[in-house]
Write a protein that binds this ligand. Sequence first.
Ligand SMILES: [Zn+2]
Length: 265
Amino acid sequence: MTRFVVTGIFLLCSAVVTAAVLVSVEEEIEIGRAANEQMRKQVPEFTDATVVKYVRDVGTRLVRAAPGEKYPYTFSVADLPEINAFSLPGGPVWIHRGVLSRAANESQVAAVLAHEVAHIARRHGADRLTQGMVAKWGLGLLGALLGNTGGAGAAQAAASLLTGGVILKFSRLEEKEADELGMSVLTRSGWDGRGMVELFQTLQRQASREQSSVDAFLSSHPSPQDRLANLSAQLSKRRGGTRDSARFRSVKAHLARLPTSRAGR
Ligand SMILES: [Zn+2]
Protein backbone atom coordinates (compact mmCIF):
# COMPACT_ATOMS: atom_id res chain seq x y z
CA MET A 1 0.00 0.00 0.00
CA THR A 2 2.70 2.50 1.00
CA ARG A 3 4.39 1.98 -2.32
CA PHE A 4 1.38 3.35 -4.16
CA VAL A 5 1.16 6.33 -1.85
CA VAL A 6 4.65 7.55 -2.65
CA THR A 7 4.42 7.14 -6.40
CA GLY A 8 2.22 9.20 -8.69
CA ILE A 9 2.87 12.92 -8.77
CA PHE A 10 5.68 12.40 -6.25
CA LEU A 11 7.40 9.85 -8.34
CA LEU A 12 10.49 7.88 -7.79
CA CYS A 13 12.87 7.90 -10.66
CA SER A 14 14.88 5.39 -12.59
CA ALA A 15 17.79 6.55 -14.65
CA VAL A 16 17.09 4.81 -17.93
CA VAL A 17 14.58 5.73 -20.58
CA THR A 18 13.99 3.07 -23.20
CA ALA A 19 13.08 3.94 -26.72
CA ALA A 20 11.03 0.95 -27.67
CA VAL A 21 7.55 0.32 -26.40
CA LEU A 22 6.87 -3.29 -27.27
CA VAL A 23 3.31 -3.37 -26.00
CA SER A 24 0.59 -2.54 -28.56
CA VAL A 25 -2.14 -0.02 -27.72
CA GLU A 26 -4.72 -2.83 -27.49
CA GLU A 27 -2.51 -4.82 -25.15
CA GLU A 28 -1.79 -1.71 -23.16
CA ILE A 29 -5.51 -1.07 -22.65
CA GLU A 30 -6.07 -4.66 -21.62
CA ILE A 31 -3.10 -4.59 -19.25
CA GLY A 32 -4.34 -1.33 -17.72
CA ARG A 33 -7.78 -2.77 -17.19
CA ALA A 34 -6.37 -5.86 -15.46
CA ALA A 35 -4.01 -3.73 -13.38
CA ASN A 36 -6.91 -1.49 -12.36
CA GLU A 37 -8.86 -4.50 -11.10
CA GLN A 38 -5.83 -5.38 -9.01
CA MET A 39 -5.55 -1.80 -7.82
CA ARG A 40 -9.13 -1.79 -6.56
CA LYS A 41 -8.18 -4.60 -4.17
CA GLN A 42 -5.16 -2.69 -2.85
CA VAL A 43 -6.30 0.92 -2.65
CA PRO A 44 -9.27 2.06 -0.55
CA GLU A 45 -11.72 3.52 -3.06
CA PHE A 46 -13.74 6.59 -2.19
CA THR A 47 -17.19 6.07 -3.67
CA ASP A 48 -19.18 9.15 -2.64
CA ALA A 49 -21.30 9.81 -5.75
CA THR A 50 -21.07 13.62 -5.68
CA VAL A 51 -17.28 13.64 -5.43
CA VAL A 52 -16.71 10.86 -7.95
CA LYS A 53 -19.04 12.45 -10.51
CA TYR A 54 -17.24 15.75 -10.14
CA VAL A 55 -13.80 14.17 -10.68
CA ARG A 56 -15.09 12.29 -13.74
CA ASP A 57 -16.53 15.46 -15.24
CA VAL A 58 -13.27 17.37 -14.80
CA GLY A 59 -11.34 14.40 -16.19
CA THR A 60 -13.61 14.02 -19.21
CA ARG A 61 -13.14 17.67 -20.10
CA LEU A 62 -9.35 17.22 -19.97
CA VAL A 63 -9.39 14.07 -22.07
CA ARG A 64 -10.91 15.99 -24.99
CA ALA A 65 -7.69 18.00 -25.18
CA ALA A 66 -5.36 15.00 -24.80
CA PRO A 67 -3.26 14.10 -27.84
CA GLY A 68 -2.51 10.59 -29.03
CA GLU A 69 -4.61 7.45 -28.90
CA LYS A 70 -8.25 7.60 -27.85
CA TYR A 71 -7.76 5.62 -24.67
CA PRO A 72 -10.78 4.61 -22.54
CA TYR A 73 -9.84 6.97 -19.71
CA THR A 74 -11.44 6.31 -16.32
CA PHE A 75 -11.24 8.40 -13.14
CA SER A 76 -11.40 7.00 -9.62
CA VAL A 77 -10.86 8.52 -6.19
CA ALA A 78 -8.63 6.85 -3.58
CA ASP A 79 -9.66 7.40 0.02
CA LEU A 80 -6.18 8.60 0.99
CA PRO A 81 -5.26 11.93 2.58
CA GLU A 82 -2.09 12.94 0.68
CA ILE A 83 -1.85 15.26 -2.30
CA ASN A 84 -1.14 12.60 -4.88
CA ALA A 85 -2.44 10.76 -7.91
CA PHE A 86 -1.38 7.96 -10.21
CA SER A 87 -2.20 6.46 -13.56
CA LEU A 88 -2.08 3.04 -15.18
CA PRO A 89 -1.37 2.21 -18.84
CA GLY A 90 -4.23 2.65 -21.27
CA GLY A 91 -6.63 4.84 -19.32
CA PRO A 92 -7.12 4.42 -15.56
CA VAL A 93 -6.43 7.54 -13.47
CA TRP A 94 -6.67 7.70 -9.68
CA ILE A 95 -6.65 10.87 -7.61
CA HIS A 96 -6.29 10.91 -3.84
CA ARG A 97 -9.11 12.40 -1.84
CA GLY A 98 -6.45 14.62 -0.22
CA VAL A 99 -6.09 16.59 -3.46
CA LEU A 100 -9.75 17.59 -3.34
CA SER A 101 -9.73 18.52 0.33
CA ARG A 102 -6.43 20.45 0.15
CA ALA A 103 -6.71 22.16 -3.24
CA ALA A 104 -7.47 25.86 -3.01
CA ASN A 105 -9.30 26.03 -6.32
CA GLU A 106 -10.54 23.90 -9.19
CA SER A 107 -7.60 24.55 -11.49
CA GLN A 108 -5.31 22.78 -8.99
CA VAL A 109 -7.46 19.65 -9.06
CA ALA A 110 -7.61 19.77 -12.86
CA ALA A 111 -3.80 20.17 -12.90
CA VAL A 112 -3.29 16.90 -11.01
CA LEU A 113 -5.60 15.03 -13.37
CA ALA A 114 -4.01 16.67 -16.43
CA HIS A 115 -0.56 15.46 -15.33
CA GLU A 116 -1.83 11.87 -15.08
CA VAL A 117 -3.73 12.08 -18.39
CA ALA A 118 -0.45 13.24 -19.96
CA HIS A 119 1.40 10.15 -18.66
CA ILE A 120 -1.22 7.94 -20.33
CA ALA A 121 -1.38 9.94 -23.57
CA ARG A 122 2.42 9.68 -23.88
CA ARG A 123 2.32 5.94 -23.09
CA HIS A 124 4.74 6.25 -20.17
CA GLY A 125 3.13 3.29 -18.41
CA ALA A 126 3.57 1.12 -21.49
CA ASP A 127 7.21 2.14 -21.64
CA ARG A 128 7.68 1.29 -17.98
CA LEU A 129 5.84 -1.96 -18.46
CA THR A 130 8.07 -2.96 -21.33
CA GLN A 131 11.17 -2.27 -19.27
CA GLY A 132 9.84 -4.11 -16.27
CA MET A 133 8.82 -7.11 -18.31
CA VAL A 134 12.09 -7.30 -20.19
CA ALA A 135 14.00 -7.06 -16.91
CA LYS A 136 11.90 -9.74 -15.32
CA TRP A 137 11.34 -12.21 -18.12
CA GLY A 138 13.68 -11.27 -20.95
CA LEU A 139 12.73 -10.25 -24.44
CA GLY A 140 11.93 -13.76 -25.70
CA LEU A 141 9.46 -14.66 -23.01
CA LEU A 142 7.85 -11.24 -23.22
CA GLY A 143 7.21 -11.78 -26.93
CA ALA A 144 5.71 -15.20 -26.21
CA LEU A 145 3.49 -13.80 -23.49
CA LEU A 146 2.15 -10.99 -25.62
CA GLY A 147 2.10 -12.82 -28.93
CA ASN A 148 0.09 -15.97 -28.60
CA THR A 149 -2.46 -15.70 -25.85
CA GLY A 150 -4.91 -13.14 -27.17
CA GLY A 151 -4.07 -10.69 -24.42
CA ALA A 152 -4.62 -13.00 -21.47
CA GLY A 153 -0.89 -13.42 -20.99
CA ALA A 154 -0.36 -9.68 -21.08
CA ALA A 155 -2.99 -9.13 -18.43
CA GLN A 156 -1.49 -11.81 -16.27
CA ALA A 157 1.93 -10.27 -16.70
CA ALA A 158 0.64 -6.82 -15.75
CA ALA A 159 -1.06 -8.07 -12.63
CA SER A 160 2.09 -9.79 -11.49
CA LEU A 161 4.22 -6.72 -12.22
CA LEU A 162 1.85 -4.36 -10.50
CA THR A 163 2.29 -6.13 -7.20
CA GLY A 164 5.95 -5.09 -7.42
CA GLY A 165 5.05 -1.48 -8.19
CA VAL A 166 7.18 -1.58 -11.33
CA ILE A 167 4.96 0.26 -13.76
CA LEU A 168 4.21 3.18 -11.48
CA LYS A 169 7.74 4.55 -11.31
CA PHE A 170 8.36 6.98 -14.11
CA SER A 171 11.69 8.47 -15.15
CA ARG A 172 12.79 12.04 -14.68
CA LEU A 173 12.31 12.71 -18.38
CA GLU A 174 8.82 11.23 -18.31
CA GLU A 175 7.91 13.43 -15.35
CA LYS A 176 9.11 16.51 -17.19
CA GLU A 177 7.12 15.52 -20.23
CA ALA A 178 3.98 14.90 -18.15
CA ASP A 179 4.42 18.29 -16.47
CA GLU A 180 4.68 20.05 -19.82
CA LEU A 181 1.99 18.16 -21.68
CA GLY A 182 -0.20 18.30 -18.56
CA MET A 183 0.11 22.09 -18.55
CA SER A 184 -0.86 22.19 -22.21
CA VAL A 185 -3.87 19.87 -21.72
CA LEU A 186 -4.94 21.90 -18.68
CA THR A 187 -4.92 25.25 -20.44
CA ARG A 188 -6.37 23.95 -23.71
CA SER A 189 -9.28 22.61 -21.65
CA GLY A 190 -9.91 26.13 -20.43
CA TRP A 191 -8.36 26.13 -16.95
CA ASP A 192 -5.85 28.61 -15.62
CA GLY A 193 -2.31 27.17 -15.88
CA ARG A 194 -1.43 28.75 -12.54
CA GLY A 195 -3.20 25.78 -10.93
CA MET A 196 -0.30 23.53 -11.97
CA VAL A 197 2.33 25.87 -10.51
CA GLU A 198 0.39 26.30 -7.28
CA LEU A 199 0.11 22.56 -6.99
CA PHE A 200 3.90 22.19 -7.02
CA GLN A 201 4.28 25.00 -4.52
CA THR A 202 1.92 23.14 -2.20
CA LEU A 203 3.87 19.91 -2.70
CA GLN A 204 7.07 21.75 -1.88
CA ARG A 205 5.61 23.13 1.33
CA GLN A 206 4.41 19.65 2.24
CA ALA A 207 7.90 18.27 1.56
CA SER A 208 9.52 20.83 3.85
CA ARG A 209 7.07 20.03 6.65
CA GLU A 210 7.37 16.27 6.33
CA GLN A 211 11.06 15.90 5.54
CA SER A 212 11.32 12.27 6.61
CA SER A 213 8.73 11.29 4.03
CA VAL A 214 10.68 12.80 1.16
CA ASP A 215 14.35 11.96 1.92
CA ALA A 216 14.35 8.92 -0.32
CA PHE A 217 12.37 10.80 -2.89
CA LEU A 218 14.86 13.67 -3.04
CA SER A 219 17.83 11.35 -3.48
CA SER A 220 16.64 10.12 -6.87
CA HIS A 221 14.02 12.52 -8.08
CA PRO A 222 13.98 15.70 -10.15
CA SER A 223 13.80 18.40 -7.53
CA PRO A 224 10.44 20.09 -7.09
CA GLN A 225 12.28 23.41 -7.57
CA ASP A 226 13.40 22.42 -11.07
CA ARG A 227 9.95 21.28 -12.04
CA LEU A 228 8.47 24.43 -10.60
CA ALA A 229 10.90 26.64 -12.51
CA ASN A 230 10.18 24.78 -15.72
CA LEU A 231 6.43 25.11 -15.27
CA SER A 232 6.64 28.77 -14.28
CA ALA A 233 8.52 29.48 -17.52
CA GLN A 234 5.81 27.70 -19.49
CA LEU A 235 3.13 29.58 -17.59
CA SER A 236 4.07 32.99 -18.93
CA LYS A 237 2.47 31.93 -22.21
CA ARG A 238 -0.59 30.35 -20.64
CA ARG A 239 -2.33 32.78 -18.36
CA GLY A 240 -6.08 33.11 -18.17
CA GLY A 241 -8.84 30.53 -18.06
CA THR A 242 -11.04 29.12 -15.34
CA ARG A 243 -9.56 29.31 -11.90
CA ASP A 244 -12.37 28.11 -9.70
CA SER A 245 -16.02 27.12 -9.88
CA ALA A 246 -19.06 27.17 -7.63
CA ARG A 247 -19.29 23.43 -8.18
CA PHE A 248 -15.78 22.83 -6.81
CA ARG A 249 -16.53 24.90 -3.71
CA SER A 250 -19.74 22.95 -3.20
CA VAL A 251 -17.95 19.59 -3.62
CA LYS A 252 -15.27 20.72 -1.17
CA ALA A 253 -17.88 21.75 1.40
CA HIS A 254 -19.65 18.42 0.90
CA LEU A 255 -16.35 16.56 1.39
CA ALA A 256 -15.64 18.44 4.60
CA ARG A 257 -18.89 17.16 6.08
CA LEU A 258 -18.02 13.50 5.38
CA PRO A 259 -15.99 11.27 7.74
CA THR A 260 -12.24 11.63 7.26
CA SER A 261 -10.22 9.37 5.04
CA ARG A 262 -9.84 5.83 6.32
CA ALA A 263 -6.08 5.92 5.95
CA GLY A 264 -5.67 9.40 7.40
CA ARG A 265 -6.91 9.16 10.96
ZN1 LIG B 1 3.96 12.03 -12.94
